[in-house]
Design a protein around this ligand. Structure first.
Ligand code: GLU
Length: 417
């Protein structure tokens, strides 16, 4: 069985593109590892009076094209290699949609669902106290990711502003609206993915409003994707599962009802109603559907289950859901993959719009955000599939060719390599 170290996976993907484009060894070496990383210990006073020390990370992978950009994950199994991989993918993500940002990522090893709101707040503030000198609107700009949310971002911005003694809304994106958040940021990842699905459906020759969908993961990204697929295509999502279980309904699951249940209960498991039946994650990944959407964690489609995947389009809304061995298996099955750092780039694209609005203190309406996001996603999607066709490589490698070329060019112009 292949090892599921996500950073090894990211490096393998890069190596494949590097071979196709004859990337110079020094450039490959530079892009193969983060430029900077920070490991911090964060002491937090718990509600019972004890002190618990949390492990935190921030990786600034590459800033040749702009300040590093990427979310902060709160996950019990967080490791430096996960954060490195995610920071590398952020670098390629920002480059493929051509926004002037580099790639970074942060992580805290913890399960915030086990913490009280007060403990969560002290942990968020502690993270910024540890890293407040190495992040900033012109340096490195965090955002939400797995298990973090706009409220966490608000506490972090507030702590940063306390430390620096001035307003600095652009230090973090994904903020609540009253603190300088952007219209449309919460559902932006889902919206960007829905635009990619719309374009991929044209290529594959299916009608997105007649297609059958399944979604794995129902956090902000899974829910936002369901919402946008419903809004744009009245899509029939027959199955949704998360880490605790899932639900199947042949006639399609209603977004409003399911999301309200999931937000209240912290899971879709147990959702019931006419025609609903309990469903598991392995069943979901093997379900014959037109469009399968992994929207949870990395490494979920691997050598052990890829042959069971039975969809026409795999829309990767999670970061790194498909391992390199699984990629090879899916290619033989002729599955059209919308690679992760293209498919889920809607979030960071609207984060970029948020930073722009913060910088000039003038805010756009939701329609403007959506139209500008559509333009970015649609042109990136077509550039990727055209590049993949031209070089006769997978869509993933096509996306890498564009992104790596852009980052490499910026590194060279700066005189780094
Ligand atoms: N966490 C999101 C991602 O993986 C968004 C990052 C951002 O907005 O900076 O793309």
């Amino acid at each position: 069985m292949e090892a599921l170290n996500p950073f090894t996976m990211a490096q393998k993907q890069l190596a494949e593109a590097a071979a196709v484009m004859n990337l110079e060894p020094a450039v490959h070496d530079l892009l193969n590892n983060p430029l900077k990383e920070f490991h911090v210990r964060i002491p937090v006073r718990m509600d019972n009076g004890s002190i618990r020390i949390f492990q935190g990370f921030r990786v600034q992978y590459n800033h040749a094209r702009g300040p590093t950009k990427g979310g902060i994950r709160f996950h019990p199994e967080e490791t430096i290699d996960t954060v490195r991989a995610l920071a590398a993918w952020m670098t390629w993500k920002c480059a493929v949609v051509d926004i002037p940002l580099g790639g970074g990522k942060g992580g805290v090893a913890c399960d915030p669902r086990e913490l009280s709101p007060g403990e969560q707040e002290r942990l968020c503030r502690g993270y910024v106290r540890a890293l407040g000198r190495v992040i900033g609107p012109d340096i490195d700009v965090p955002a939400p990711d797995v298990n973090s949310n706009p409220q966490f971002m608000a506490w972090m911005v507030d702590e940063y502003e306390l430390i620096h003694g001035r307003h600095a809304p652009g230090v973090i994106t994904g903020k609540p609206l009253p603190m300088g958040g952007s219209a449309g940021r919460t559902e932006a990842t889902g919206r960007g993915g829905a635009y990619c699905i719309r374009e991929a459906a044209k290529v594959v020759g299916i009608d997105p409003s007649k297609a059958v969908y399944a979604i794995q993961g129902y956090g902000n990204v899974g829910r936002g994707t369901h919402q946008m697929l419903t809004r744009l295509f009245k899509a029939k999502v027959v199955a949704v599962a998360d880490e605790f279980g899932g639900v199947y309904r042949e006639e399609g699951l209603d977004y409003t009802e399911l999301s309200a249940y999931a937000v209240k209960n912290g899971t879709v498991n147990g959702f019931s109603g006419p025609g609903c039946k309990p469903f598991s994650n392995p069943e979901l990944l093997a379900l014959p559907v037109d469009i399968l959407i992994p929207a949870a964690l990395d490494g979920v489609i691997h050598a052990g289950n890829a042959d069971k995947v039975s969809c026409r389009i795999l829309a990767e809304m999670a970061n790194g859901p498909t391992t390199p061995e699984a990629d090879a298996i899916l290619a033989k099955k002729n599955i059209f993959i919308i690679p992760d750092f293209l498919c889920n780039a809607g979030g960071v694209t609207v984060s970029y719009f948020e930073g722009v609005q913060n910088a000039y203190g003038y805010y756009w309406d939701a329609e403007t955000v959506a139209a500008r996001l559509d333009a970015k996603m649609t042109s990136a999607f077509h550039a990727v599939i055209e590049t993949a066709a031209r070089y006769k490589v997978s869509n993933r490698t096509g996306a890498y060719l564009i992104a790596v070329e852009r980052v490499a060019e910026a590194c060279k112009i700066r005189g780094w390599v």
